[in-house]
Design a protein. Structure first.
Length: 584
């Protein structure tokens, strides 16, 4: 059982996450730190629980082995399954004063191209993996990576913890490289320092006051993703709480397992991308709901991809009978370049999360509210307010001047959580992390800013996301967010019982300007597909005034996605132009 006494928040200005874990291990070593659930058959309890004292000792053992093998500051690739060894490997890197490079374990269902690109870019001195994944990892390294030493985490001797030498760490010491999803081009490694990581954990914790020692959080989001690494791993350890986990594949196979884990362990906080909530509604049966008690939840984060009002409403309605408290939704905004989180709603904001705006006005860069039943209404979710210490400005991406109120612009961010650049990309770092803007009065604004590439606006002090700058579709001089068009396409297809999966809408160059293309995955071929395509065109034309020149229906699961399941519109566009889409 958790102890009643915990240390006051340790001084993390030096040592960061290492200092936090060691402080909890010293003051409350018998408290559970991390648990992983076993789903070899069905839910079978916990496969392994590690206390804070055990976690500290095992991390020191991994660090000692690393210190004997690699010089300070070297990169270490974590190529592990989603299990306790991943956490030990990540902490071991930080304890050793080395730079972790979180990656997924090789999988026959996943392309190796991302792993290959990251290994080539980061050039790690070592690779950490597990005995169960070692053969696949060695094969994945290929001839170019064959000379890299591979250490097996679960074969390292715990008694080596005595050989650990505490590294000299500062807030500016590089902790890990968080590689972006690679939705366009080669993945880029975001340089996250120990100071960045601790700052963002503290910022999130201030907005989530229930994250206290003795409480439980649940997560399935992969550790190689910024949301899983910070929300599921680092933040609980900083706060001294107990985190319970299941693997992403176990969640995808049965979303019920996620909610059952929350119910059984009385988790107070959890989260995931928007698709996870839809998956729960679509796949969890009425019989399974009878075994769920979600009344323990106090926070429910929705982030990492577009937050859809319909998804939030469906989830709340579907699981109200399971005791899910109302108004828990916490739509958030963040990105890897800011470690993770930038905004979140304070508790007083929950009743006012969804607003309706004139779609035509937004296309012209203006923010005008309208009634929910207005034919031109676009419902959008408020992603909260800036976390403590974070500053946001909405900037014209052409003039680099702050926009007037109620205008759409690019979201620029300042704060101690903002990383210090991209690994070995000085020019790109200068463009993205070191931007300077002018205020509304035309005078220069102090400091350097992170250009997020996301378009958005503030309304009633809340941040709304209006799309990606690079993905905007411009028709007749008006901007259209492809995510908004995709929602309309999805709604048009849902009435045909096609089992719609992902949808990608993008523009391609044509003889008369940009043409709009809609690509959608379907599970079942039902009815007249030409008529379905015509209905999609009509829905988009009626709702947005945008003509769709081509509707392509493809087998379910064939739209390219990032590691966090975001649709790769750019790559989908490339496949379309090369006629590589397998149209039905």
């Amino acid at each position: 059982m958790p102890t009643d006494t915990h240390p006051a928040a340790p001084d993390l200005r030096t040592g960061g996450l290492v200092t936090a874990v060691r402080a909890h291990a010293h003051a409350a070593g018998d408290d559970p730190a991390v648990s992983f659930a076993d789903y070899t058959e069905d839910y079978a309890g916990v496969i392994r629980t590690v206390t804070y004292e055990e976690l500290d000792r095992k991390a020191r053992a991994v660090a000692a082995a690393l210190q004997k093998t690699a010089p300070p500051g070297a990169r270490v690739a974590l190529v592990c399954p989603h299990e306790i060894s991943y956490i030990l490997g990540f902490l071991g890197c930080l304890y050793a004063g080395l730079v972790a490079v979180p990656l997924p374990a090789p999988d026959v269902r996943r392309s190796r191209s991302r792993i290959d690109a990251v290994l080539l870019d980061s050039d790690p001195a070592l690779v950490l993996t597990t005995a169960g994944a070692a053969d696949r990892v060695t094969a994945a390294l290929g001839p170019d990576g064959g000379d890299r030493r591979v250490l097996i985490i679960d074969e390292l001797a715990e008694e080596d913890a005595a050989d650990w030498r505490e590294p000299v760490l500062t807030a500016d010491t590089l902790a890990y490289l968080q590689y972006t999803s690679g939705s366009t081009g080669t993945p880029s490694g975001v340089r996250v320092t120990h100071g960045n990581l601790i700052a963002n954990c503290r910022q999130i914790a201030r907005a989530s006051t229930y994250l206290a020692p003795g409480r439980v959080v649940a997560s399935w989001v992969p550790f190689f993703h910024d949301m899983g690494l910070v929300m599921g791993l680092a933040l609980p350890l900083v706060q001294g709480v107990h985190s319970v986990h299941l693997s992403p594949s176990d969640f995808i196979q049965s979303p019920y397992r996620w909610l059952k884990l929350i119910s059984d362990f009385r988790a107070v906080w959890t989260g995931g991308p928007n698709f996870a909530y839809d998956l729960c509604v679509d796949r969890i049966t009425d019989a399974q709901k009878k075994h769920l008690d979600l009344s323990c939840l106090e926070g429910l984060v929705n982030g990492s991809e577009v937050v859809r009002p319909h998804s939030m409403d469906r989830f709340n309605r579907a699981f109200a009978e399971c005791g899910l408290p109302p108004q828990l939704d916490s739509p958030a905004y963040g990105l890897a370049e800011a470690t993770l989180a930038v905004t979140a709603p304070p508790p007083t904001m929950q009743p006012d999360l969804v607003y309706s705006f004139h779609r035509e006005a937004l296309a012209d860069g203006k923010v005008e509210t309208c009634a929910d039943d207005d034919p031109s209404a676009r419902q959008m979710v408020a992603c909260g307010v800036p976390l403590t210490g974070i500053h946001i400005r909405i900037v014209d991406p052409e003039t680099w001047q702050e926009t007037e109120p109620d205008r759409v612009g690019e979201i620029w961010v300042q704060g101690p959580n903002v990383a210090d650049g991209y690994w070995r990309r000085p020019q790109r770092t200068e463009e993205v992390f070191n931007a300077r803007c002018a205020g509304r009065d035309g005078r220069p604004v102090m400091g350097e800013w992170l250009r997020t590439g996301d378009m958005g606006f503030f309304h009633r002090e809340r941040l709304f996301i209006a799309g990606r700058l690079k993905d905007l579709i411009i028709i007749d001089g008006r901007n259209h967010d492809p995510a908004d068009l995709e929602t309309t396409v999805q709604a048009a297809l849902d009435g045909h019982d096609l089992g719609t999966g992902g949808v990608a809408v993008f523009a391609v160059d044509g003889e008369d300007g940009e043409r709009v293309v809609a690509v959608a995955e379907i599970r079942r071929r039902v009815g007249d597909l030409d008529a379905v395509g015509a209905e999609v065109r009509r829905a988009v034309a009626d709702g947005h005034g945008v003509p769709v020149s081509d509707v392509v229906l493809i087998p379910w699961g064939e739209i390219p996605r990032t590691s966090s399941r975001k649709v790769k519109r750019g790559l989908c566009r490339d496949h379309y132009l090369r006629r590589e889409l397998r149209a039905l």
